[in-house]
Structures are given as structure tokens and as C-alpha cells.
Design a protein around this ligand. Structure first.
Ligand SMILES: Cc1cc2nc3c(=O)[nH]c(=O)nc-3n(C[C@H](O)[C@H](O)[C@H](O)COP(=O)(O)O)c2cc1C
Length: 186
């Protein structure tokens, strides 16, 4: 597969400079105002029919809820996520109550978009975000007990990056984005 290894240029610096760090500065403190701004950014994301099928559980080091989340991290994410100034558990409302009826067929899609907003807002605030799935989904779900219809999807560690972006960042080429879904013409 052809990959474009050129550093991103021409796109907005908030997008070009974003990366998911594997090291956070443990001394960074995220105040309530900053936390509120991150949640506001997610809140204003578009969604199918304005269904806004997203929810979050936030915790910062030192808060009792932080330990409730940290104990469910996989060893691979615990190495760096525990140093982050904020951990966000993301949830999508997939179903109506405890029925099989879809709340919105776009629930996961919409949540992803809200997270993208949060990530760019974080970047604008000089913070970095690392989204991850490396945690005990069953254990965390039992721990937090979301309402029927709600499912935990992912987690995000946010804080000040304590490392530079990697030199090499793989991305599929734009040409591949446009051609991959279709077979080559005869
Ligand atoms: C839904 C999702 C799940 C992810 N899960 C993990 C994970 O479990 N562990 C990890 O180290 N990174 C995880 N990542 C981060 C990706 O590996 C990372 O975004 C990708 O390699 C591109 O790197 P970049 O964000 O620095 O551009 C995840 C990202 C997303 C969006």
C-alpha cells in the first residue's frame, strides 16, 4: 500500500500538529474551566437528527473516581494514561432503554465526531489527547454501571504531552482513500 510520509502541510496546524502521545507530564493540572471547555466542544458537535447520543465519565488524578477508572486500564495503557491530567470514558447511546430498538443508527459515528471536536479543542488549549481501547471493558462497565441503552466505547487520556511527535507517522494516501472502496476498472 502506498503511504504518504510527508509531514502534513497546508491543513490547519491544529490538525497537522495533533498526535497521540505515549507520555504525559504528570504535573499538569486541568482546572474545572478547562474541563468544561473540552466538554462544551463535544457538546456542540453535529449528530444525526441532533440526537447527541454521547455521554462521558471524567476523572482527574486525586479524585476518588480516578482510581475507579485506573484500576481497569490494561498494562499497555496504564504506562502512560495514569500520568494524564484527565481520563474520559466515552459512551454512546445505542439503544432505547433496555430494548433492542436502535436509539440512533449513527450513535457510534456521532460519538466519534464529538470526540474529534474535543480533541481539536484540547489541541487549541495546548493539550494532547490519546484515545484508546486498552482497558477491561467488562470490568469498567460493571464499575460505572451506565443506564440501559448506553455502552462504553473508548477512553481518552488528555494532558500536556511529555514527548515530541514521532518522526514517522503512517497514513494512507489521498489517492487510496478515493480508490480503495472500488475495484480497479477493467
Ligand atoms: C478508537 C481508538 C482506539 C484506540 N486504541 C488505542 C489503544 O488501545 N492503545 C493505543 O496505544 N492507542 C490507541 N489508539 C490511538 C491510535 O493508535 C492512534 O490514533 C493512531 O496510531 C494514529 O496516531 P496519531 O493519533 O498519533 O496520529 C486508538 C485510537 C482510536 C481512535
Amino acid at each position: 500500500m502506498q503511504r504518504d510520509q510527508e509531514p502534513p502541510c497546508g491543513i490547519h496546524p491544529l490538525l497537522a500538529e495533533r498526535f497521540s502521545p505515549y507520555a504525559f507530564d504528570p504535573s499538569t493540572v486541568l482546572d474545572d474551566h478547562s474541563l468544561g471547555l473540552l466538554l462544551e466542544a463535544a457538546r456542540w458537535a453535529p449528530s444525526a437528527g441532533n440526537s447527541q447520543p454521547w455521554g462521558f465519565f471524567t476523572s482527574r488524578p486525586g479524585e476518588p473516581d480516578h482510581e475507579r477508572v485506573v484500576r481497569h486500564l490494561a498494562p499497555s495503557s496504564a504506562r502512560w494514561a495514569t500520568d494524564a491530567a484527565l481520563l474520559v470514558v466515552t459512551l454512546a447511546r445505542r439503544h432505547v432503554g433496555d430494548t433492542r430498538l436502535l436509539y440512533s443508527e449513527f450513535a457510534d459515528y456521532d460519538l466519534g465526531q464529538a470526540i474529534a471536536h474535543m480533541t481539536v479543542q484540547a489541541q487549541a488549549m495546548g493539550l494532547a489527547a490519546h484515545q484508546f481501547r486498552a482497558f477491561d471493558m467488562e470490568g469498567l462497565t460493571k464499575e460505572l454501571g451506565p443506564n440501559p441503552g448506553w455502552v462504553i466505547i473508548s477512553m481518552i487520556a488528555l494532558g500536556k504531552a511529555a514527548e515530541e511527535p514521532p518522526e514517522r507517522r503512517d497514513r494512507r494516501s489521498v489517492a487510496d482513500l478515493l480508490s480503495a472502496p472500488w475495484s480497479p476498472s477493467e
